[in-house]
Design a protein around this ligand. Structure first.
Ligand SMILES: *[C@@H]1O[C@H](CO)[C@@H](O)[C@H](O)[C@H]1NC(C)=O
Ligand SMILES: *[C@@H]1O[C@H](CO)[C@@H](O)[C@H](O)[C@H]1NC(C)=O
Ligand SMILES: *[C@@H]1O[C@H](CO)[C@@H](O)[C@H](O)[C@H]1NC(C)=O
Length: 415
């Protein structure tokens, strides 16, 4: 390989690594548990709590939204979370609802309306956009078996991604990285490869709690998570991975071996959040507050937006999930192949209220959105959470970036 090629490769690696700041945030649907619309003040409360959580390992100053449209708006009114984000300096991962519709025009319009209203104050906060959420899961064998609601296939998603790029070409957000969020087994399904090719980053919703039949007890949760993560890494050809939903419920039925307790919620925070994600991978925890009334599992880490969570958020210095245990654990091993269960949120969509087509979702987990669109699978908790933050988040330069820099330095030395 020639030095110039090496240099180009190193630069690409560096660029991709650096672009993946390790954002910290929560998910946030556009409705409350009562199914009423959330308004600016509701998001200001969420974002303020997220940034001020006691003993937080970093500042949760990012939010993942499920839609650009204010709940129940028929006219592509921009979601009021935008205004709250501006007021609290919260970074925004935009969401676009993409199932049960043949156009994302209302979503595009709502964002355009928001940009017309707030300009650079809004566009400076936008860190990414996800076209779709668990759409591929819902059309997969498991998603259909689980009656997860209307989804969308790879060709539709690729078209929507292209529609989005065209709409924002030459605007202030033209370079915002585009992703798609799905369950891990959607990403390892070869039929969905065109979606991988079309995105800048790959979003994954992963809930070991829902992985029945795989030894999903809490002590195994870190191994199940790693298996899924590694499987995606192997399938996406070096595209950055963003963990768009993960968490453990503190209320709900025992799901095979998985028990919903506060103690387990803390264990999962430590063994998956602290060990694997925070400061390393862009992460949107599920969740700060529950908002999907149809999901009997409750994932909130705090009550009534208190800044004192159910458990101490402090990260430990050592972990129980170790590489050695991983390979010897029979259950972890078998887990990799199973089906992925999606997340609770899947249902959440926040999609636009009625405006969107209403595809049905049956879903139980969903969060409440008014919209028709929530997906509903049981699987995903999907609700909404929010986060925000003010100041600095835990930003870390990713390992890939470090590797890229090292490589770059080496190349310069060769020249
Ligand atoms: C793989 O993906 C395709 C397209 O999304 C879907 O139709 C198919 O059911 C998936 N396969 C499995 C085993 O879920
Ligand atoms: C949260 O708020 C509800 C409604 O005001 C109240 O009934 C409940 O006791 C509160 N929970 C906690 C833990 O403060
Ligand atoms: C989805 O379906 C599979 C297979 O039918 C089942 O084992 C699993 O529990 C279901 N997941 C959810 C979340 O319902």
């Amino acid at each position: 390989m020639r030095a110039s090629e090496l240099l180009a490769g190193a630069a690409a690696l560096l660029a991709s690594g650096v672009s993946a700041e390790a954002y910290l945030g929560f998910n946030s649907g556009n409705t409350l548990p009562s199914r009423e619309a959330k308004f600016k003040k509701d998001w200001v409360q969420e974002f303020t709590t997220a940034q001020n959580l006691k003993n937080s390992p970093g500042v949760f100053n990012a939010v993942r939204l499920y839609t650009n449209i204010q709940a129940y708006s028929q006219t592509s009114e921009p979601i009021e979370a935008f205004e709250a984000a501006i007021e609290t300096n919260t970074k925004i991962l935009l969401g676009v609802w993409a199932s049960g519709t043949n156009t994302i025009e209302p979503e595009i319009k709502a964002l355009q309306n928001g940009i017309a209203k707030y300009g650079k104050k809004l566009t400076d906060l936008i860190i990414g956009a996800s076209i779709g959420s668990e759409d591929l899961y819902r059309v997969s064998v498991t998603g259909i078996q689980n009656k997860s609601g209307v989804g969308a296939g790879p060709a539709e998603l690729v078209k929507f991604i292209s529609d989005w790029k065209k709409a924002f070409q030459g605007t202030a957000i033209a370079n915002v990285p585009i992703g798609h969020v799905d369950t891990w087994d959607a990403w390892t399904n070869g039929t969905n490869k065109p979606v991988i090719d079309a995105v800048d980053w790959v979003g994954v919703d992963e809930y070991p709690y829902y992985e029945n039949g795989k030894g999903n007890n809490i002590e195994n949760s870190g191994y199940l998570f790693d298996r899924a993560y590694d499987a995606i890494e192997g399938a996406v050809g070096g595209k950055p991975i963003w963990v768009t939903e993960t968490g453990w419920p503190y209320v709900g039925q025992t799901w095979d071996q998985a028990e919903a307790t506060i103690k387990n919620q803390q264990y999962y925070w430590q063994e998956v959040g602290c060990r694997k994600l925070f400061g390393k991978v862009p992460t949107f925890w599920y969740n700060l507050r529950d908002s999907n009334p149809d999901n009997e599992m409750k994932f909130a880490i705090t009550d009534n937006l208190s800044t004192t969570p159910h458990f101490d958020l402090t990260c430990p210095k050592t972990f129980k999930t170790t590489p050695k245990a991983s390979s010897s654990s029979a259950s972890a091993t078998s887990a990799a192949t199973g089906t992925g269960v999606s997340s609770p949120s899947s249902m959440e969509s926040g999609s636009s209220g009625s405006g969107s087509s209403g595809s049905g979702s049956s879903g139980s987990a969903s969060s409440g959105t008014a919209s028709s669109s929530e997906p509903a699978t049981v699987t995903a908790p999907a609700e909404s959470a929010v986060a925000t933050g003010s100041a600095t988040s835990v930003k870390g330069v990713s390992a890939a970036a470090v590797a890229g820099m090292t490589l770059l330095v080496g190349v310069f030395a060769m020249l």
